[in-house]
Design a protein around this ligand. Structure first.
Ligand SMILES: Nc1ncnc2c1ncn2[C@@H]1O[C@H](COP(=O)(O)OP(=O)(O)OP(=O)(O)O)[C@@H](O)[C@H]1O
Ligand SMILES: [Mg+2]
Length: 636
């Protein structure tokens, strides 16, 4: 043992035989804490070792039990292993070392010395223990060294289970660049964990943009002033940004399109684009029938503006040429379909003012992905208010635009794309969900990192998530999961060494996580930071509890619900008039035009900008709120 470079780390400080040994400096570890030898290596088998322990298996109240890390001093390094199994044992070999129990250790990494004498941690082991080597619980200093606590590249997301005085640190670059996923059954704290992680990332990487798909409108308040909140009322996503498949999905209400009608659309959309292009460039107003898309190269997928009126005119013209009544009916049905969707107030976000401001693609991208962040580098995209049949295509457009922006900008603006309820958009079952959404997510998962587009996935059902997508996530945060298939998937996703740790997964408590993969030094059991109540992700409609408690105004509550319900299907114009009556100064169209027209693109939307369109549910229950106070728009 005389050659052990860590003699001063304190491990031997209490051991009589080491007294008086010259100390070799371990500066980064500072003054060492005590790590009394707890046991001795009895056998070694590949990356597994058996360590004999005294019984009871504790020293100074530090208990050696499953999930804890032991370090084994072996030659010039400390080998770090996790206890996966503990059992009483009275074999002669154990008794020879004064041991009454054994622990099985999975060797996972080692602490070594740099040439300048500084210790560092590395994954994997280059050395193996020998029989009789001493093992001890990892000291706080060793844990700090393993988790690289003082590095700029790490973020603190909680506390270690082994020692809750030590933060759980994750390497943010590794975690982001190779994607991450948070998995766990409902109610275990996934969304809260994601809020913790994202808040830390916002602090550590102010130049990174974050785009969060919020399926249940939970995150509106979690990030305060640092995030813009988009919803169907303040989002403008012109229909011409949808590619052909997405547009067809919208027109056919997420049902399979009728083949003949889809073929007609495929032909007329490029022509409508040409017509608009000519119109914008000042040439004479359409001779659209003479326009040939081949001359301009527009396809049905090219994201350039066109007008629905032109589209309908083109279909109508084609219909006029037909004699056959049945064929005419096909054209007629298609026109009706387009008009129905266009007039549906729930689709305002994509059809209303879609061409105000001309080609607004740059503005839309700037707004969505906070390209001019202005201190708000994050977007929370609330999906709950969108018509159910259109959510998939909207998500598809957003994923695609995020990826394509990264691709065509050569990753100039790194973006983290976080997708809650990922199994809904990228189901393992090819018959479920919308193919283009799965493909768009899959593309980010497979190629995004080359273009600075990183993925964060959250799901309750990992087994239902497309396997290729989850397999691209190199850092996994596994929370409680009871389902066998989900556990099996997790087991297949991690290394053998980490797989042993997964035995804990069904018994984890709320906020508790097993983290493993690239972002973490070792497979780690940790607890996410506790979020203050006002920052917890919660659905905005959380007043039912108050009603149940009898503290709410039940009649007022029900009336507000009915009003909101009807409001969601009211025509846009009516709502605008309501605004005018109430306020008399601005209407939503003016705002929308301003947003995409004259207003500079860097003027971020405040989450409440269009609040007037949605009477806040809680408002009528607050006795102190003056009547109608909440209906007054807050325009800045
Ligand atoms: N980090 C945390 N800090 C404080 N409370 C938490 C934390 N994590 C979880 N909780 C508690 O657990 C509840 C459920 O957490 P959360 O909504 O994050 O779970 P979830 O896994 O996202 O659930 P679901 O699958 O239904 O979306 C929270 O409302 C909160 O009371
Ligand atoms: Mg959640």
């Amino acid at each position: 043992m005389a050659d052990n470079a860590f003699a001063s780390s304190g491990r031997e400080a209490d051991a009589p035989e080491s007294a008086g040994k010259p100390a070799v400096g371990t500066p980064a570890m500072g003054k060492p804490a005590l790590g009394k030898p707890m046991g001795y290596v009895l056998s070694v088998n590949g990356s597994q070792s058996t360590v004999g322990l005294p019984a009871p298996v504790s020293v100074d109240n530090a208990r050696a039990t499953v999930g804890k890390f032991l370090s084994v001093r072996s030659g010039k390094s400390y080998l770090i292993g996790m206890i996966t199994d503990v059992a009483a044992d009275a074999s002669p070999a154990a008794r020879e070392y004064g041991c009454r129990a054994i622990a099985r250790l999975d060797m996972m990494g080692e602490i070594r010395l740099r040439p300048d004498g500084k210790p560092f941690f590395q994954r994997g082991v280059t050395d193996y223990p020998a029989i009789g080597d001493e093992a001890a619980l990892l000291t706080s200093e060793e844990l700090r060294l393993v988790y690289d606590v003082s590095s700029d590249d790490t973020i603190n997301i909680g506390q270690l289970q082994q020692d809750d005085t030590i933060g759980a640190y994750v390497n943010v670059n590794e975690m982001l660049s190779k994607h991450f996923a948070v998995l766990g059954t409902t109610g275990v704290g996934k969304s809260s964990g994601v809020a913790v992680i994202l808040q830390q990332i916002l602090d550590a990487r102010p130049n990174l943009r974050i785009f969060l798909l919020d399926g249940h409108n939970e995150y509106g308040r979690c990030f305060g002033e640092r995030a813009q909140v988009l919803n169907p009322r303040n989002l403008r996503l012109p229909f011409w940004l949808f590619n052909f498949e997405e547009f067809v999905d919208v027109i056919f209400g997420a049902r399979p399109g009728v083949e003949e009608e889809v073929a007609i659309l495929g032909e007329v959309i490029p022509r409508a684009k040409v017509a608009y292009n000519q119109y914008r460039s000042g040439s004479e107003r359409p001779g659209i029938k003479r326009n040939d898309p081949r001359a301009t190269g527009f396809t049905a997928d090219t994201p350039v503006p066109y007008r629905l009126a032109d589209l309908i005119t083109l279909i109508d013209e084609q219909m006029g040429k037909l004699e056959n009544r049945a064929s005419r009916l096909t054209f007629h049905r298609l026109i009706t379909r387009i008009e129905t969707v266009r007039n549906d107030p729930r689709y305002t976000f994509m059809f209303d003012n879609a061409n105000v401001g001309g080609d607004t693609m740059a503005e839309v991208l700037t707004q969505l992905f906070r390209l001019r962040s202005d201190g708000r580098p994050m977007t929370v995209m609330q999906l709950a208010g969108f018509p159910a049949e259109v959510v998939d295509s909207v998500v598809s457009v957003l994923c695609r635009m995020a990826f394509d922006f990264g691709l065509w900008s050569d990753g100039a603006v790194p973006l983290l794309f976080v997708c809650e309820e990922a199994h809904r958009y990228a189901s393992a079952d090819r018959n479920v969900g919308f193919g283009p959404t799965r493909r768009a997510l899959s593309r980010i998962a497979k190629e995004g990192r080359k273009y600075g587009i990183f993925l964060g996935l959250v799901t309750q059902r990992p087994a239902e998530l497309d396997a290729t997508i989850i397999s691209q996530c190199s850092t996994l945060f596994a929370m409680r999961m009871a389902n066998d298939r989900d556990q099996a998937l997790l087991r297949s996703a991690v290394s053998d060494a980490a797989a042993n740790v997964l035995a804990f997964v069904p018994s984890l408590g709320t906020r508790e996580v097993l983290g493993f993969g690239e972002g973490l030094a070792l497979p780690t059991r940790l607890k996410f930071k506790e979020l203050p109540r006002h920052m917890l992700p919660k659905s905005e409609a959380t007043i039912s509890a108050r009603v149940e408690n009898g503290t709410g105004d039940t009649d007022g509550f029900i009336n507000t619900v009915v009003e909101r319900w009807r409001g969601a299907t009211m025509s846009h114009q009516q709502k605008t008039e309501e605004v005018k009556v109430d306020d008399g100064t601005q209407d939503i169209d003016t705002l929308a035009k301003g947003e995409f027209g004259a207003m500079p693109v860097n003027s971020g939307l405040t989450p409440d900008r269009f609040r007037i369109l949605k009477k806040p549910l809680g408002a009528s229950l607050e006795p102190e709120s003056p009547p109608h106070e909440s209906r007054r728009p807050v325009f800045r």
